[in-house]
Ligand binder design. Sequence first.
Ligand code: NAD
Ligand code: UDX
Length: 470
Amino acid sequence: MKIKNICCLGAGYVGGPTMSVIALKCPEIKVTVVDLNEKRIAAWNEEDLDKLPVYEPGLAEVVKEARGRNLFFSTDVDSAIEAADMIFIAVNTPTKNYGEGKGMAADLKFVELCARQIARIAKNDKIIVEKSTLPVRTAETLQTILDHTGNGVKFEVLSNPEFLAEGTAIEDLLNADRVLIGGNQTESGKKAIQALVDVYAHWLSPKQILTTNVWSSELSKLTANAFLAQRISSINALSALCEVTEADVDEVATAIGTDSRIGPKFLKASVGFGGSCFQKDILNLVYLCRYFNLPEVANYWEQITILNDYQKYRFARKIITSLFNTVSDKKIAFLGWAFKKDTNDTRESAAIYVAEHLIEDGAEIHVYDPKVSEEKVKADMSYLWELKGVAEQKIQAKLKQIFVYKSPEEALNQAHAVAVLTEWDEFKTYDWNEIYINMYKPAFVFDGRNILDAEKLKAIGFQIKGIGKG
Ligand code: NAD
Ligand code: UDX
């Protein structure tokens, strides 16, 4: 079966970039990305490519080439479903914030709505592709909904989890380590798998395309994220030990990373991992293990997120204790708000939690991030406080402790301390002599990413504290 028309439900950080690359590499396939969010679709259709809703290096160039040719962004979900022979579901699957499984389980209501809508609209057989990250056995749920609420047409459900990382999405998609496709091991299931393999084969070699049964594919996504996050929590746990023993965590990481069995990647100690995936997917894994009555397994994986929360809290506490045990009315400049460099995404960013602790102690937080707006920073904080049940009036009062600037100079001027929360390259290039002159003394730098030249800063006069540095 040759795919001619693809539709993707969800034009977010995954749907937008993945479909743009498929359209780029498969010019004979019409790709329509749809979303319920009109503002987001309007932004994807923006003439000015700087205004695309997702910032990713290389994305604008891909969109420029494919958009209007065979790549389309639309809010007309029904028409796109009807016309497609293959439908990707790339909608959000956040942690449930209500009822059964609150704070742990994945909220699948958006995915379920997609399945019901597809079933209602489809008038011919279709392949449904799970692109969202889902708990193992979700394909069974989707198949049940599709088969029981449809118009008698046939659906084949595939799992095709996405492994891209934000900030390198286009590179990851063009040169994927692997794509994973899981499907039913029946004749029609195998045909569906082959149809999707043929799409990726436009630019990836056969050895980069793995096929498995549907459950292995679903579980591999949660497992990959758990393993990656585990490495970060492991090195972050050791960073605390380094700080009291005068070992240097970066030296330890290099020393162990040269063992080919361990490998050098994902061993960068930090203020804690953020992003929309790691925390959510690990909690989801923990929930699944408890659901299947495997408490020891659940507790093992849960420790990754417990350690990550500890790391963020430890960083905030270090700022407070170093500033003579109070940050009340002190100006703390935040360099970076995004959860990592080269993205405008701030979901679960460590900056949010560090800011919360410091604001609790009375600090003023002065933020500069090259890609994050004031509106976003304040929305992140409001959302956190709302989740914690803080009263609206109190939220408004706390928001007055946050200031967001369009230039680093404004954020840094007359600060008591600088905290580096995101590893943006430009922070390394600043004139730190000038920054020192304009700060209160003693001038503190808390480098939550170990990106600054500590010796140079010390020579200028800064009190510098990194992660895992004695
Ligand atoms: P996102 O929130 O950026 O985008 C999801 C979009 O889906 C939103 O724009 C929303 O309006 C839309 N949507 C919701 N319900 C819809 C419906 N019924 N019809 C049409 N559109 C609908 O989320 P994201 O970051 O793109 O993540 C999507 C999925 O991919 C999640 O399951 C996530 O875990 C997974 N994932 C994310 C990443 C990442 O780096 N962000 C990487 C791999 C996997
Ligand atoms: C992650 C996975 O890498 C990706 O495969 C999956 O599809 C989605 O989730 P993402 O969250 O976009 O991608 O970025 P990633 O590069 O994994 O970084 C996640 C967080 O970990 C960031 O806050 C980053 O700063 C932090 N990190 C990463 C570290 O603190 N140390 C490291 O060594 C690596």
